[in-house]
Structures are given as C-alpha cells and as structure tokens.
Design a protein around this ligand. Structure first.
Ligand code: C2E
Ligand code: MG
Ligand code: MG
Length: 700
C-alpha cells in the first residue's frame, strides 16, 4: 500500500465527518425558528446527515486498515451501528437545538455524546470483525468518552451559544463548530481503535469484487451525495420560505400602510393606540391624540385636480413627519385627515405646542406644478385618560376638531364634555333623519321672491323642514351638514328635487306657473348623474325646465374645477336656471363668473343685514348689483327684514327681494292661503307672468 492512500483515506474520512457536521448543525439551527411539524422534519434530516456522516467517516478510515489485511465487513452490523448513530444524533441535536438553547442544554447534549459516540464507534468496529482483542487498553478506552464529551461541548457551545452572540461571525462559528465536531469524531474513533486493537478480520463475506476499499469509496460518494442533497434541499426550502415571508410582509405592509403617503393607516394606528393605552395604564402616564383636518382641501382638490391634490397630501404628510419624533405615532385616517398620538406622558401644554407647530408647518406655502397654494388646518386634541376611554378617544378628538373648524379653522381646540354630547346628538339625529326620510316627516317650505319693480311674487325658494316627533322643527342648518357628513345628502337631495317638481305640477294644475328654486349641496354635485336626475324629475312631472332654478352657494359655484364645469354644462343642457347663492361670501374671480351659465346672483344676507348701518356693506351690495348688470345676471337680495333695507336695495337697482319683510318660508298650503289673504302687513299679488300660460290657455 502506497503512502498516499494511507493519508488520503483518513483525510477523506475527516472531510466527510466535517461536511456531515456542518450540514447537520445547519439543519438543526432551524429547529427553533419553525413550527412543530416542520421542526420535526428538520431534526430528522439533520440526524440522518450526521449519523450517515459519522458512520461513513469511521467506515472509510477503518476500511483502509482492513483492506491492508484483506479483511471483510458485516453489513448488518454496520446498519445496526448506523441506527444507533441515528438515535444518538436525534437525542443530541434535539437537546442542544430544540427549545431555548442555554449552557445547561448544551452540557446535557455533550454528556449524551460522551456516552453515545464511543458506543456507536465500538459497534462499527465490531462490523469489521471482532471487537476487543486480547489486550484492551482501558485508560485509552476511558479517554474516548471524555474526548467525545469535551469536543461535543466545545462544538455545540460554539454553534448554539457563541454563534448567536457574534452576529457578524456566524459563518465562521458554524465552520469552526463543524471542524471541532469532526475532529472529535475522528479522535474518539482513533482512541477506541487503539484501545481495543481489533482481532484479525475474518474472510470477506461479500467476495473479493466488493472489497473494503470499494465499499469505503462507495460510502464516501453516497454520503457526500446525501449531504449535498440535504444541504441543497434545505437551501431551496429556505429560499421559498423567505419568499413567502417577504410576500406576507408585503401584504401586511399594504394592509397597514396608506399607499399615498406611506403613513400608518387606521388599522395600524388602532394597534398602536391600543399598545400606547396599555402602556399608559401600566405606568400611569398620559397620551395626547391630535386629530388634524386640512381646511378647504376639498375645493383645492377639485380646483387643481386630483394629481395635485395627491401631491399636496404627500407634502402635508412629510411636514407632519418632520414635526413628529420617535415618541409619536403618525397616521393618515383618510382623505385630508391625519392623526398624531404623542406617547411620552405629555401635558396639555406639550400637546398645545405640538398642535401649534403642526399649524405653522402646514401654513407654509405648498409648491405645486401649476401654482403655489396655502393651506390651514383644524386640530382637535383629546388627552388620555382625562378625555375619555380608548374607545371614545378618537371620536372625542374628532369632535374637538369640529369645534376648531366651527370657530373658522386654522386653530386647535381641546376636547370638552359638551362636544361629546354633540357627537352623540349627531348620531341620534342621523338615525332619526333616515327614519324621517322614509316616514314622510320632511316637508318643503316655500319662501316667495318678490319682483322689486312691481312688488309681485315672482317665484319661490324651496327650503327643507323637518318635523321631528320629539324635538319639534329642526333647522336645515342643523341637519343638512350632518346629512352631508354621513352621506345621506344624496337621498335628501333627490327627495327635494322630486318633491319640488311635484309641487310645481300641483300649482300648474291649479293654473299657476310658479317658478321654484331648490338648493343644491356641494356633495350632490359630485354625483355624476345629478343633472340627469333633475331632467328625469322634470319630465316625470311634466314641468318646463325653465321653471326650475338650482341655487348653488358661491364658494362651490366658483370652483374652477372640471367636475363643477361638467355639472354646469349638463345642467344648462337640461335647461334649468342656475342661481349663485350667498354671493359675496366666497372669493369669486370675475373670469370664472363670466364662464358660468348662471342667470341669477343672490346677495348674501350678511350684507343686507348691515345695509343701513355699514357703508362697506352698502358698497359691496352696490358693486355686486353693478357686476350682475354688466354680466346680464338678475340680482336677488335675501334676508330683507326692514323697510329701510327694502328701500336701499330698490334704489340700488336690485331685481328681486326675499325676506321676512315680505314673507317667511311657509308650507305650500299656507302659501296658497297667504296669496289669497290681502290683509297681512303687505298684500302681495303673484306676478301676471306666472299666469301667462293659463291666460293663453284661457284665450284659446
Ligand atoms: P339659503 O339657501 O341661503 O336660504 C336662506 C335662509 O335664510 C333660509 O334659512 C331662510 O329661511 C332664511 N331667511 C330668509 N329670509 C330671511 C330673513 O329675512 N331673515 C333671516 N334671519 N333669515 C331669512 P333656512 O330655511 O333655515 O335654510 C338655511 C340654509 O339651509 C339655506 O340657506 C340652504 O343653504 C340650506 N337648505 C335649506 N333647504 C335646503 C335643501 O333643500 N337642500 C340643500 N342642499 N340645502 C338646503
Ligand atoms: Mg338658497
Ligand atoms: Mg342664501
């Protein structure tokens, strides 16, 4: 036998032992990170790898010696030894790698190895014919378990304890552990072989064709293939698992993040609030919740387009990020609403300071592609625990925000108990309003418009009234904002359209061509089928479109947005008249006003109210009337209450007047009685033109 194979076989044995240890440890490390079923599979794979490698290493080393003396192997004994090795591997790896690894677990595993490894190696030795020669060297034999235990402790400790600590040297630790384990196996095996000096091998039962060296080579190849297969299989499984994990994480992220701004969404915020409340309860600390709502974002969004609107929201989110720190949870609740939860035991002064900072940041001009714009915000602040339990905190912060908005916006407001009542009240009103709509508790009242020159009634404005069974008459100023906020305005608005047309038909059948005006809310305009709906109602009740006027408040009518423009075009096609309500309160641009297909301007009541006392109000009224005349629009003054106002408006050239001086809004029935009764403070006749059709009919 040449010198080279003598060294080559033990080297191959060591390599196989090291590779097996490496693969086995790598598989065993997954025991802690996976579920029970999966971890059992990893344990089995790791044990097969190690047991096979351990046996193959000894088999290869021993085969070289046996071959020199032309000996043989007992395959069944080899198989038995492999089974023992398998049991040992399962026990050691489960002990060291299962559960939370600690020095104790590693020590016990090393003890098992100390007993088990020499036993397996003795069994394997027996497979090569005859164990225990005549002169057993007991001290050497006793050294084998000690070597196995110490080496095992070192390898397992390196892998399961030190590798966790030295994050950056994980691979080096794993490689070192595998080498130490391989050295342990080879050394223990050498000690045992020396100690028992096996008896001369018997004749080869497998025949000369399958000599020990061939078998050793086969064992080496088979084990290497097995190890490679296990390793590659595990790597592939790991890749798939990681892909799964990252897909799941992406999904989770999508479910918890607002895609536009990247901020936490409502779901994630609820989780954060929950945690923060638990922490605050446990440590008796406070929280501050800021509910931020941008002022006037709706009109800006419509005027500049959604692309710019999105950009503005992203920029607003970035500014909020800039004022918040690690102690804050920031989220976008939807639309133009944001939340900040301050968690570091803030007082009201800190919360107020934060709100002030937010207001200041948001007030800086926003640069958008086509123009710069400025924004303000309304902020509601609710403190925990004094302003309510976790379940009500958000609602209370929102109520406080509405309080801030109610004072004109661009400010913050702390929650107060009376605001909670109003929230509860609103929900009750909303519920009752749905019932009212279904049960016919709503009615349209009609307020006459008076032709200034003749003093005759030229038409009426329909105003909604709600007869609440307990609360009595509820003002539209109260319930229309609630209906708008909670999406009931479409149903209400549709009812108004139909009811106004129905009443116009009743008057028409009675011989009166009464012009009727209805009010439209900005929310109604967003429904793309509104103009069509109005056309259908007119057709159903056979009312000429020219008899219906739609009043739209100035701030909405003047929005220079594609949505409003489309709506006005559609309305004009239907043929109804358009009136710009509450004129003077918005910021009209002359160019927009010129483009509008409107017929009428209504001067806001606030200017009429001050006409007699304020020269400014008088100047505004005069300017509006002149402007309307230039643009060929009819001017109506609303809220005329005194004779003085009446005289001034007539002198300024106002076309029509409306107000308590002439008539309050009244039911259709009351209007009929009122028209016949000429003993009131002012007796008014309906304009002759209102009968025109009837007169024509009578002539024919
Ligand atoms: P508006 O369209 O500007 O209606 C004029 C409001 O002024 C009415 O209040 C009317 O009753 C009141 N008013 C009329 N003359 C005088 C006066 O001489 N003095 C005083 N102090 N007030 C006078 P009302 O009926 O409470 O309606 C308030 C607002 O609610 C309306 O303002 C309108 O914006 C809205 N609204 C009413 N009905 C409807 C409706 O059917 N749909 C929609 N979308 N909004 C409606
Ligand atoms: Mg109106
Ligand atoms: Mg008005």
């Amino acid at each position: 036998m040449s010198y080279l194979p003598e060294l080559a076989w033990p080297a191959l044995a060591f390599l196989i032992a090291a590779a097996a240890a490496f693969v086995a440890l790598d598989l065993a490390r997954r025991l802690q990170t996976t579920g029970e079923r999966e971890s059992r599979a990893w344990l089995a794979a790791a044990a097969v790898a190690w047991a096979s490698g351990m046996c193959a290493a000894q088999f290869i080393a021993r085969a070289a010696q046996v071959a020199a003396s032309a000996g043989s192997v007992e395959p069944w004994v080899v198989l038995g030894a492999w089974a023992m090795a398998l049991v040992l591997s399962v026990a050691v790896l489960a002990q060291a790698g299962g559960g939370v690894t600690g020095p104790r677990r590693v020590a016990v595993a090393a003890g098992m190895l100390g007993i088990g490894l020499p036993a397996v190696q003795l069994a394997l030795l027996a497979a090569f014919g005859g164990v225990f020669g005549s002169n057993v060297q007991w001290p050497l034999l006793a050294l084998a378990p000690v070597t196995a235990a110490v080496g095992g402790a070192a390898a397992l400790g390196l892998f399961f304890l030190l590798r966790q600590r030295f994050e950056s040297h994980r691979n080096a630790c794993a490689a070192a552990a595998a080498c130490v384990l391989a050295v342990t196996v080879v050394l223990a095996q050498h000690l045992i072989a020396q100690a028992v000096s096996p008896a001369a091998p018997s004749a080869d039962p497998l025949g000369p064709a399958l000599g020990p060296l061939v078998m050793a080579a086969l064992a080496a190849v088979a084990t290497a293939a097995l190890l490679a297969g296990l390793h590659l299989g595990a790597a592939r499984f790991e890749r798939r698992r990681l892909a799964h994990v990252s897909a799941r994480q992406d999904l989770r992220k999508l479910a918890l993040r607002d895609p536009l701004t990247g901020l936490a969404n409502r779901v994630m915020f609820d989780g954060a609030l929950n945690q923060a409340v638990q922490h605050a309860d446990a440590h008796s600390t406070r929280l501050a919740l800021l509910f931020i709502d941008l002022d006037g974002f709706g009109p800006i969004n419509q005027a500049l387009g959604h692309h710019s609107g999105d950009r503005l929201l992203r920029e607003a989110a970035a500014r909020l990020r800039a004022v918040t720190g690690p102690q804050d949870r920031l989220a976008r609740l939807g639309a133009d609403k944001f939340l900040i939860l301050r968690t570091d035991d803030p007082g009201t002064d800190v919360a107020a300071h934060l709100a002030g900072e937010v207001l200041e940041r948001l007030h800086q001009p926003f640069t958008l592609p086509d123009r710069d714009t400025t924004l303000s915000a309304s902020i509601g602040i609710a403190m925990y625990p004094e302003h309510g339990a976790m379940s009500t905190l958000l609602a209370h912060a929102e109520a406080a925000m509405r309080g801030a908005k109610g004072t004109g916006g661009a400010t913050y407001c702390f929650f107060e108990a009376r605001m909670a009542n109003s929230t509860r009240d609103q929900m009750e009103l909303l519920r009752d309003l749905r019932v009212a709509l279904a049960n016919g508790q709503l009615e349209l009242y009609y307020q006459p418009k008076i032709h200034a020159a003749s003093g005759e009634v030229s038409g009426v404005e329909a105003l909604m009234r709600w007869h609440h069974p307990q609360r009595g008459m509820v003002s539209p100023a109260v319930f229309i904002p609630i209906a708008e906020r909670y999406g009931l305005i479409h149903a209400l608005g549709n009812w108004v359209i139909d009811e106004a047309c129905r009443q116009a038909r009743v008057w028409r059948d009675g011989g009166l061509r009464m012009r009727v005006a209805i009010n439209l809310s900005v929310h109604q305009l967003r429904a793309s089928d509104l103009a069509e709906r109005i056309g259908t109602a007119l057709a159903r009740h056979q009312i000429q479109p020219g008899l219906l006027t739609c009043e739209i408040t100035e701030s909405v009518a003047m929005e220079d947005s594609p949505v409003t423009a489309r709506f006005f075009e559609a309305l004009a096609r239907v043929g109804v008249h358009i009136s710009i309500d509450d004129f003077g309160t918005g910021y009209s641009s002359l160019s927009t006003l010129r483009k509008l297909p409107a017929e009428e301007l209504k001067i806001d009541r606030s200017f009429v109210l001050d006409l007699e006392t304020s020269s400014d109000a008088r100047a505004v009224a005069e300017a509006v009337i002149k402007l309307a005349q230039v643009l060929g629009l009819k001017v109506v003054a609303e809220g005329v209450e005194t004779e003085g106002q009446n005289q001034i408006l007539r002198a300024l050239g106002c076309d029509e007047l409306q107000g308590y001086l002439f008539a309050k809004p009244m039911s259709a029935k009351a209007l009929a009685v009122w028209a016949l009764d000429d003993v009131g403070p002012r007796s008014l006749a309906f304009r002759a033109s209102l009968y025109k059709d009837t007169a024509l009919l009578a002539m024919h």
